[in-house]
Design a protein. Structure first.
Length: 237
């Protein structure tokens, strides 16, 4: 009898390592479920806030951002953004392996990130370069590509991208730089907006440097090219 009581006490003895391991596993599973749920939800519901816009809103005391659907964005703006950031957007599943190999061979940090990866970073993750963020980005991107149509990815990208300090989304950017709505952007204006995306705080679409002008001209040509060769078909009606 005494031996049985001793065995029961040993069985229920607290094991801190096992306890922490069990709760860590539950926390990881909860994060996975939460991320998967929001990926599915944001297929139809616009993200109410992102980590970066929340941080900038607190730092600046507010931001300019007006969400607009693709139907209220000039088609040339979508083509310009894709031409500037990810010309093979319609041809890949979230990762452009050719661009990744080229970037590694040339030792470039920028140039391999696809539009899809940028959406994942902007909507779910924090800015900065570290292995934890890149690992999460690599896990979420193919899931989003599976759940969302390409048109939705471009729509979300254009609505959360930063175009100037405190200016997020193409509608706020169009009004900020040119005094027009996103629906009324010209090809030249769209190209200039796309040209500032890599460095929105160091470049201006309304007062472009010579480098921005040259880049905008390249983007205009690229936007026309992907319209002709079909690489814009996946996100256009």
């Amino acid at each position: 009898m005494a031996r049985a009581r001793k065995s029961r006490k040993q069985a229920i003895r607290f094991r801190p390592v096992a306890f922490l391991r069990r709760w860590l596993l539950r926390a990881v599973l909860a994060v996975v479920v939460l991320l998967a749920g929001t990926v599915l939800l944001y297929r139809w519901v616009n993200p109410p806030v992102t980590i970066y816009t929340w941080q900038e809103g607190r730092r600046l005391g507010g931001i300019a951002q007006d969400w607009v659907p693709m139907a209220r964005i000039a088609p040339v703006m979508a083509r310009s953004a894709v031409a500037a950031e990810d010309a093979n957007f319609c041809l890949h599943w979230g990762f452009d392996m050719g661009a990744i190999r080229t970037a590694i061979a040339e030792g470039r940090g920028r140039g391999a990130s696809t539009l899809s990866q940028q959406v994942v970073k902007n909507v779910w993750l924090w800015h900065g370069r570290n292995w934890a963020r890149k690992a999460l980005e690599a896990m979420i991107t193919p899931v989003m590509e599976t759940v969302w149509p390409k048109r939705r990815i471009v729509e979300v990208y254009l609505n959360v991208a930063e175009f100037d300090t405190g200016v997020f989304g193409v509608e706020a950017a169009a009004r900020h730089y040119f005094g027009v709505s996103a629906a009324d952007l010209s090809a030249a204006q769209a190209a200039r907006l796309a040209a500032v995306l890599p460095d929105p705080r160091g470049r201006s679409a309304s007062r472009p440097s010579d480098a921005v002008r040259r880049r905008a001209a390249q983007i205009m040509d690229g936007a026309a090219t992907i319209a002709r060769d079909g690489r814009a078909a996946c996100f256009e009606d």
